[in-house]
Ligand binder design. Structure first.
Ligand SMILES: C[S@@+](CC[C@H](N)C(=O)[O-])C[C@H]1O[C@@H](n2cnc3c(N)ncnc32)[C@H](O)[C@@H]1O
Length: 244
């Protein structure tokens, strides 16, 4: 099924953080992430890329309420103590108890409420060992995405992205979310997200050309599309993995 890539605004991005429908939709998102196996995928990629020493600094862009990254942290071995975890989102959504749960698995978190483009372009933004994007890159059209990936490439050694797959099966799944009790916002945004999702090597094609990176892009689970970029020489383990 060849679905053309189209973008429409997502309701969750436009509702105020305290709106009850938005709050409910963020809880739905936790179940949708579980169904998509996205936390499992990101944890597995991190373990493969950093088999010995865990990364010191990780950022999630478009981190929402931080619970996605928390699930990832909980899936990693207890010796993974990440010193510097930045949860970046345009809205300030991470609750104190979520920071507390990160603390109990040894991850030190801070939140940044900013637009991703402005934040990545700031000279003060550090270089991370890994940037994670989950259900985020599909928000942008190809031109903005190329701009975003160029900024990301300047700020990280590894990018792990997990996005909706633009496939008939994912579209069917998105139309069935009412069955598991997802609300109108989640049902709307899921369908819109699949239409804005990715397939084939679309993200690799937008990665800044000429840079020394190894790229992997593939389907994951029933509904997801995974993209991993690792800087050659920036992380030897990452490079070995991505060439395998
Ligand atoms: C679908 S949610 C995913 C949240 C989280 N990654 C998860 O899986 O639960 C997308 C998030 O991207 C954020 N977002 C959208 N555009 C943004 C931008 N330009 N800069 C920063 N965050 C943005 C929204 O506020 C929202 O929390």
């Amino acid at each position: 099924m060849n679905i053309p890539r189209t973008l429409q605004p997502e309701w969750l991005d436009e509702l105020p953080p305290g709106d009850p429908r938005a709050m409910r939709s963020r809880r739905d998102l936790q179940r949708i992430n579980a169904l998509m196996l996205n936390c499992t995928l990101v944890a597995r990629e991190l373990r493969r890329i950093f088999p010995g020493k865990p990364p010191r600094a990780i950022a999630e862009i478009g981190a929402g309420d931080g619970t996605f990254m928390l699930r990832v942290a909980e899936k990693l071995p207890s010796q993974w103590q990440v010193e510097d975890v930045v949860l970046l989102d345009q809205q300030s959504l991470v609750r104190p108890e979520t920071h507390g749960k990160f603390g109990s698995v040894g991850w030190k978190t801070q939140t940044v409420a900013a637009d991703v483009f402005a934040w990545l372009a700031q000279p003060a933004t550090p270089i991370f060992d890994t940037i994670v994007a989950n259900l985020f890159l599909h928000h942008f059209d190809a031109a903005r995405l190329a701009e975003l990936l160029t900024l990301v490439a300047q700020r990280t050694r590894v990018l792990i992205a997990c996005e909706p797959r633009r496939s008939g099966r994912a579209l069917l799944g998105s139309h069935l979310l009412g069955v598991i009790g997802c609300n109108d916002v989640s049902r709307h945004d899921a369908v819109v997200s699949v239409h804005a999702g990715f397939r084939n090597q679309e993200l690799s094609g937008l990665w800044p050309a000429g840079s020394a990176w190894t790229l992997r892009e593939h389907a994951h689970g029933l509904f997801s599309h995974c993209f991993v970029a690792a800087r050659v020489g920036g992380n030897d383990n990452a490079v070995r993995e991505c060439r395998a």
